[in-house]
Design a protein around this ligand. Structure first.
Ligand code: CP3
Length: 347
């Protein structure tokens, strides 16, 4: 089989024969084979075994026929190297032993040492680079989203402690953003050096901020991350997460290639708000996947019809897959996006 570079081409706004597809959280509990592996190992235990982590990364590529793989890992993994102890707790998510609350807590954070502390992740990337026939996307959590876990200590709905530090101690907040920004930059550089072919920065929860606060408290670090990584010769994706539609007009100057959209705005409106310079990725509401197949296809068709109007579109969900999703429906959806877009592009 020849290497499938449709995903890379679409990220760079080049012509494609059909639209590329991948799904955020495409390795996960909706797949019985994954659930069986999870009976024996936790997420972190899988990540510490490069052969197994590579296999889990490959499973959805084989089963769903998607055009890209995403490294099996978690946004929390790099924080182990800056001095944070955490666990990923079943049905909760990341839980931190000693949440960050004070100036001392922030000063104590060390610079990341990827080669020493995260060599298992680099080894997984190198294995995948040898085995894959589609591009490998690696990723990092963005500073706001990581900070929300470090400060709250666990997933939150209100981000009350995070916002309290941000508004109450802006100097400390910026110090934390700087340190987490450095961590993300160094971590992603190592991914690309070891074989990553694209990366996505997940800012899953930053939609909790107003555009004004995003510009003051977060955007400077996002801008710096993409500026310092600009010379890496791979497509770069920023995903501002759920409810991020109002933030999009503030992103026009970041040195990313692709912006991820959630399902609350149309693809056309997402392109308009981001200024037309970026490729866009998204944005099927993942919960539409609970509907009958004809309904799913109708929703997908609307997204494709808008996405396909100009080069620079990657089909994805508007957020991650959930455990109740169906492998069969996902496989059929992937095929539908490929076939319908190929047919439309031939016209
Ligand atoms: O996309 C993929 O297939 C690659 C794997 C991946 C995981 N986490 C594995 C995982 C990716 C890209 C992530 C990123 C991640 N982790 C994000 C950003 C993406 C998003 O959804 O917004 C966030 C916010 C996290 C933090 C996190 N980790 C949460 C909120 C949870 C959910 C807790 C739960 O049990 O549902 C996790 C755990 C996690 N990370 C799972 C997976 C497959 C599910 C639990 C498991 O299988 O052990």
């Amino acid at each position: 089989m020849t290497y499938n570079d449709r995903f890379i081409r679409a990220c760079l706004k080049q012509e494609v024969d059909q639209l590329p597809v991948w799904y955020m959280r495409q390795a996960g509990r909706y797949d019985p084979e994954y659930r069986a592996i999870k009976e024996n190992y936790s997420l972190l235990e899988i990540c510490r075994q490069p052969e197994l982590a590579a296999e889990v990364t490959l499973m959805p590529v084989r089963k769903l026929g998607v055009d890209a793989a995403i490294l099996y890992s978690d946004i929390m993994n790099p924080v182990a190297s800056i001095g944070i102890d955490f666990d990923i707790v079943k049905n909760i998510g990341p839980v931190i032993d000693n949440p960050i609350r004070t100036a001392e807590d922030i000063e104590r954070l060390r610079p990341i040492d990827v080669e020493k502390d995260l060599s298992h992740i680099l080894e997984t990337i190198r294995i995948l680079d040898r085995e894959l026939e589609v591009p490998l996307i690696t990723f990092a959590g963005a500073p706001f989203t990581i900070a929300s876990y470090l400060i709250e200590g666990r997933p939150s709905k209100s981000y009350i402690r995070t916002k309290s530090l941000m508004y109450g101690e802006p100097k400390l907040w910026h110090r934390l953003m700087d340190k987490l920004g450095d961590m993300v930059i160094e971590y992603l550089k190592h991914h690309v050096k070891n074989g990553g072919k694209a990366f996505q920065v997940f800012d899953s929860w930053v939609g909790a901020l107003s555009p004004k606060d995003f510009e003051i408290y977060v955007l400077p670090t996002i801008t710096r991350i993409f500026a310092e990584l600009e010379t890496l010769d791979v497509p770069k994706i920023y995903f501002p997460g759920v409810s991020s539609g109002e933030l999009l007009p503030t992103l026009t100057d970041i040195k990313a290639d692709v912006i991820g959209l959630d399902w609350r705005i149309s693809i056309e409106e997402g392109r308009r708000r981001t200024g037309g310079g970026f490729a866009v990725q998204g944005n099927l509401d993942p919960y539409v996947l609970t509907a009958p197949m004809d309904v799913i296809k109708q929703y997908a068709k609307e997204i494709i019809d808008e996405g396909i109007k100009s080069p620079g579109f990657v089909f994805n969900l508007g957020h991650g897959l959930f455990p109740e999703a169906s492998l069969d429906k996902l496989r059929e959806l992937t095929e539908y996006v490929h076939d319908y877009s190929a047919e439309t592009l031939r016209k």
